[in-house]
Design a protein around this ligand. Sequence first.
Ligand code: NAD
Length: 343
Amino acid sequence: MNATSNIITLPGDGIGPEIMDAAKRLIGELGGIDWHDHDIGGVAIDNHGTALPDTTLEAAKTSDAVLLSAVGGPKWDSTNPDDPRPEQGLLGIRKELDLFANLRPVKPVPALYGSSPLREERITGTDLLVIRELTGGIYFGEKKRENGVASDVCSYSEVEIERIARVAFKSARAKVTSVDKANVLESSRLWREVVTRVHADEFADIPLDHLLVDNAAMQLVAAPSEFDVILTENMFGDILSDEAAMITGSIGMLPSASLGGDGPGLFEPVHGSAPDIAGSGKANPLAMFLSVAMMLRHGLGREADAARVESAVDSVLAGGLRTADLGGDAGTAEVVDAVIAAL
Ligand code: NAD
């Protein structure tokens, strides 16, 4: 067993505290992890007047990993641009921790093949990871509007491309597919050049191919099982990771990780705070459990425990237990008990 890790837990809003309680039961069972709760999002606005209090940020910076549920809800929806908004907490912590790599695994569980909008034979064997650059590109470039003309600048530096490429090659098991639009965009030509160089210099033993983003969008639904790691820039990754997520058919099942340079990573389910079911005991805790698995793997160096959690989740689903979002009638507590028993 490694030395005890210190993580901060951010329960947030809506079903956030319910699924964080579930995560704490799981973490307690695994052992070796101390956690401390901090406020973020709507609850932080209520308690501190800001969605990302300094105390939360400082605790995050000195932690080994950050585990987040979800933020937001109708209580904090406002049309006044000066009002604080829950998602400022999320964007703020990603930026402050310099989390430039967003990882979203897509691995449909055989027991849930029927929930996918794609035919079973198309998705069988799919086990891919989208690695999206998160802090550069067109979302962060200069934005202008003048005389009826608007523009958004898409810029990338070699350093930004090198560091995300390394994350992709280190995560690959079979190959890396780098996605760009090098036939028309200069930033994509630099992207392709730098990815090719990092590959040749440091990871030549891992197969690398390049795909134009329009073709990648087609291949993702035509033959998703052909992919291993998809490496791409911010906006292409935003779109392709949502497309890939739909292969699994359920938002309540998808985890994510955001990693930075040397500091802690942030691990969270892809879904939001689900205010419509908050407090009803119906939330599916599995995306959160799979986020804990990602934290064990990418944040705490505990691969064997990550795999244990994932296979416990698989076996519970194979046994037929389902929360309402998956068409069943099990509650959160029942699913948590079953996963912990399977562990
Ligand atoms: P949502 O993901 O919260 O919910 C969409 C639908 O999926 C709802 O019907 C919900 O009940 C269901 N759902 C989501 N997670 C579930 C789970 N674990 N178990 C069972 N059902 C689940 O998205 P939304 O409704 O668009 O947004 C609600 C709030 O969440 C908004 O305030 C939004 O801004 C916020 N949000 C936060 C994040 C985040 O914190 N990362 C992400 C997306 C949305």
